[in-house]
Design a protein around this ligand. Structure first.
Ligand code: AMP
Ligand code: FES
Ligand code: ZN
Length: 319
């Protein structure tokens, strides 16, 4: 990260971080300024939220989401956080420690609150056991539970918007996967700002989509934000990691490829929605969604996928 011979593009003091995709290098204050500026640009250009809105940040203890909480607080937003304790032996405790430390030492003095949802308390088992009971991969069970709990917490606690730490690498890798398989339905819904299409669904935003993994790791190190470095032991989909690797190779050869790919997609999406006037997402969703018969959250089926999962897990427990 340290390039001793380089000077900051902005203020000409010694640079600590090189950014080939912007053809720039920055010292610590100018790098922080750059990061904050990218997040402000994301918030404004995608109409994510205003200065008076209440934001709930989903924090996992990893670099992206802790950096996101930190940046939003530094920019003066009203941002509280939610940690979902998944009950993964060892890993959940260690990531929770990082989140609690940050919440107590940095966020609380700024008036921000940490909420915690513990899967084991509500479901009677951690995600690994639940996944085994319903014979589904741990990661997809985990995804269903997290999406459900993020939305529920935002609605019940009356936040205006729910924010996650997805960065440019995450979004570009996901776009590559969706394009390679021509997942048109997913392409339609892939964006950094998803409106609250119907009552019961919180608005969801990704304010870090203009920053890379490498930049966010550097931001944490420079600002002494202690995060959990290891990935979840249940291993993220190997495909996503492969797409990220491929994009990083392209990025090394031609800096800027990743942002060109994803931002270009967003620009096309914007142009398309401006010229054609198809049913908006809200209109489309309203026609197919209704309240889940068990929990009341919007769903296309009788029961939502979370309630179905819990019902299957319960019926699988030996009596
Ligand atoms: P991942 O799907 O693990 O790449 O995480 C994407 C985003 O989801 C993170 O940046 C966080 O904002 C959020 N997230 C992931 N795991 C948790 C968790 N256990 N609790 C709260 N938020 C989480
Ligand atoms: Fe969900 Fe690892 S974080 S399975
Ligand atoms: Zn339900």
């Amino acid at each position: 990260m340290i390039h001793s011979s380089m000077n900051c593009t902005k203020c000409k003091t010694k640079a600590v971080m090189k950014l080939p995709r912007h053809n720039a290098a920055f010292c610590k204050p100018c790098f922080n300024h750059f990061v904050h500026d990218q997040v402000e640009k994301a918030i404004k250009s995608q109409a994510m939220f205003g200065p008076d809105e209440r934001i709930l940040v989903a924090v996992s203890g990893g670099k992206d989401s802790l950096a996101l909480w930190h940046i939003l607080l530094a920019l003066g937003y009203h941002a509280d956080a939610l940690y979902v304790h998944l009950g993964i032996a060892g890993y959940s405790e260690r990531s929770y420690d990082k989140v609690q430390y940050y919440a107590k030492m940095i966020a609380a003095p700024l008036g921000a609150t940490l909420h915690t949802h513990t899967v084991e308390q509500e479901a009677g088992a951690g995600i690994k056991e639940l996944a085994q009971l319903v014979h589904r991969p741990t990661c997809s069970t985990c995804g269903t539970i997290k999406r459900y709990q993020f939305n529920r917490a935002a609605i019940e606690k009356e936040y205006d918007v729910m924010a996650t730490g997805h960065n440019l690498d995450d979004e570009a890798a996901r776009l590559l996967g969706n394009v390679l398989h021509w997942q048109e339905e997913y392409l339609d819904k892939q964006g950094p700002s998803l409106p609250a299409s119907v009552e019961g669904f919180a608005k969801k935003v990704k304010p870090l989509y203009r920053l890379t993994e490498r930049e966010l790791a550097a931001y944490c190190v420079l600002n002494k934000i202690d995060y959990i470095v290891d990935e979840c032991p249940m291993a993220q989909g190997a495909k996503t990691l492969l797409y990220k690797e491929v994009l990083n190779r392209l990025e090394t050869e031609s800096p800027g490829t990743k942002q060109y790919f994803y931002w270009g997609f967003l620009e096309k999406q914007r142009k398309q929605s401006a010229t054609s006037a198809p049913a908006t997402m809200a209109e489309k969703d309203q026609t197919i969604l209704h309240p889940c018969m068990s929990c009341g959250q919007p769903t296309t089926a009788e029961s939502c996928s979370y309630c179905k999962l819990m019902a299957r897990a319960k019926s699988a427990v030996p009596h």
